[in-house]
Design a protein around this ligand. Structure first.
Ligand code: BG6
Length: 484
């Protein structure tokens, strides 16, 4: 199967930080279908050779083992092409069409239009692609987050996309869905009989999803101050993980069967009111502190952050999935920048045994699905220590390290998702109705914050966020996993 991949915004941050390294890895692993071409499109004045040189230079910043040798790069570079054009000029889109048509051996089986531009340009670019006839059935369009900044803007983007492409042609990326541990969650739940009978309110006390980052806003101060953690991480990544944990078994392993179930979860989320935002949502903003042994600046000292910014860099919240399986089980979501560690995990806290025959010991089981830095599973159990005292129980964990177990075949999130787009597999992409439902759910939080002058609570960099986040779970008699 031949393909042409057009990266619109081919010299941007996303292209060199994520897409090029992922494409190179797919190439190195021999997974890119033969006969593919990659066309970068941007405003800069570059030739094919100039673009290849630019990518090669950028690859010097890629971490050790993932960096190509000169020989590997020379072979990969053969796939790369460049076209200069101005996205605001309708006439320029015809150049893409001519380039695609001038393919040696005839048109590609699949053409992927990857919109790696600022999302403000999505409606214009989609409309122009349509006007240039670049929306035929073999064309797929990839849209990167953030898709809108509220429900109305997301609906507007979707309206334009739908006026040009069919839903099956639209691949909305949430790169968390490409992480191996998230796919493993599907395998864990629906490939094994062991957990499913326990995966419900009768056995589970609460579920915690933590997406903690140790980095700050870095060079993205301007973007971040207009976005915030709720839009940047909760509306998409955290909610997508929640749907994967909470959904009913889909009837088939196909995109719409899965996405129908995820949508049902989003529709069952307990809606926020002004009062419940105050009670169940904590927002924070980091101040200078120390992360992993180094002094780091506070949010206000970061480049391009406006002095009066009330943007949150941390969110913790409590919600519920209102259906028979999950009624009254708390789901806690938490994310933040400049926290104590880079640590993304889903913790499923089981209920204690109904009656303990070991005096003073009743530590509930816990399943930890680790997304990063390691990718693995830990099942915490109680076991006898064998010290001769029957009550001397101790917590032990069954620890599966998937990075080790499957070392040879592991692929990164972007690599996996790019290969899925080329192959036309929509399972790990977000459908427009899911995405809109997620906005519908977060919007009352955005509105309540807008109307509330208190602003985010400060927290010191290198901690786990404001103390109010611990109080949020303590109210239910729970604790975050690092406090357990
Ligand atoms: C992006 C956010 O979607 O995800 C960033 O915009 C964040 O702010 C990043 O740093 C985190 O991704 P990962 O894969 O490094 O956890």
């Amino acid at each position: 199967m031949s393909f042409d991949l057009v990266i619109i915004g081919g010299t941007g941050d996303l292209a060199w930080r994520k897409l090029m390294p992922a494409l190179f890895q797919a190439f190195r692993h021999g997974k890119l279908p033969e006969g593919g071409r990659i066309l970068a499109v941007s405003r800069q004045d570059l030739s094919d050779a100039g673009y290849r040189g630019w990518v090669k230079e950028r690859f010097q910043e890629v971490e050790g083992a993932k960096r190509p040798s000169d020989d590997e790069f020379a072979r990969f570079a053969g796939l790369l092409h460049y076209l200069r054009l101005d996205l605001s000029r309708p006439a320029d889109y015809a150049q893409i069409r001519s380039w695609l048509a001038a393919r040696p051996g005839g048109a590609a089986d699949v053409v992927v239009m990857y919109l790696a531009t600022s999302p403000d340009l999505f409606p214009t670019v989609c409309a122009q692609l349509g006007a240039a006839g670049l929306n035929s059935d073999n064309i797929r369009v990839v849209l990167e987050k953030p898709l809108g900044r509220d429900l109305a803007s997301a609906q507007e983007i979707n309206r334009v996309v739908r006026s040009v492409f069919r839903e099956e042609q639209a691949f909305r990326i949430d790169h968390y869905l490409g992480k191996p541990s998230v796919q493993n969650l599907m395998a864990l739940r629906f490939g094994n009989a062991l957990f499913e009978p326990l995966w419900r309110r009768e056995s589970i006390a609460n579920i915690q999803i933590t997406l903690a980052e140790s980095i700050g806003v870095g060079t993205r101060g301007d973007f971040y101050s207009r976005t915030g953690a709720l839009r940047d991480m909760i509306q998409n990544h955290a909610l997508q993980l929640l749907t994967m944990v909470a959904m009913e078994p889909p009837s088939r392993n196909d995109a719409d069967a899965i996405r129908d179930e995820k949508l049902k979860v989003l529709r069952s989320l307990k809606p926020f009111s002004e009062d419940s935002v105050v009670r169940d949502v904590v927002r924070g903003q980091y101040r200078a502190g120390s992360v992993e042994g180094s002094r780091v600046a506070g949010y206000f000292e970061e480049d391009e952050v406006p002095a009066e910014s009330r943007t949150e860099t941390f969110v913790a919240l409590r919600t519920e999935v209102r259906n028979w399986r999950w009624a009254s089980v708390p789901f806690y979501l938490r994310t933040g920048k400049r926290l104590a560690a880079r640590d993304a995990q889903i913790v499923v806290n089981f209920r204690p045994t109904p009656h303990s025959i070991f005096p003073g010991v009743n530590q509930p089981n816990k399943l930890v699905i680790k997304l990063q830095p390691e990718d693995g599973l830990e099942l915490h159990l109680l076991a006898a220590k064998g010290t001769g005292q029957s009550e001397a129980l101790s917590s032990v964990s069954l620890d599966l390290d998937f990075d080790k177990a499957f070392a040879e075949n592991r692929v990164g999130a972007y690599e996996r998702l790019l290969l899925d787009v080329i192959a036309g597999r929509l399972n790990l992409f977000v459908r427009s109705d899911e995405q809109e439902e997620a906005w519908r759910w977060v919007e009352p939080i955005l509105d309540a914050w807008q109307a509330d002058d208190t602003g985010p609570r400060p927290y010191m960099a290198g901690t786990w966020g404001p103390a109010a986040a611990s109080a949020l779970v303590a109210r239910d008699g729970c604790a975050w996993s690092e406090e357990q």
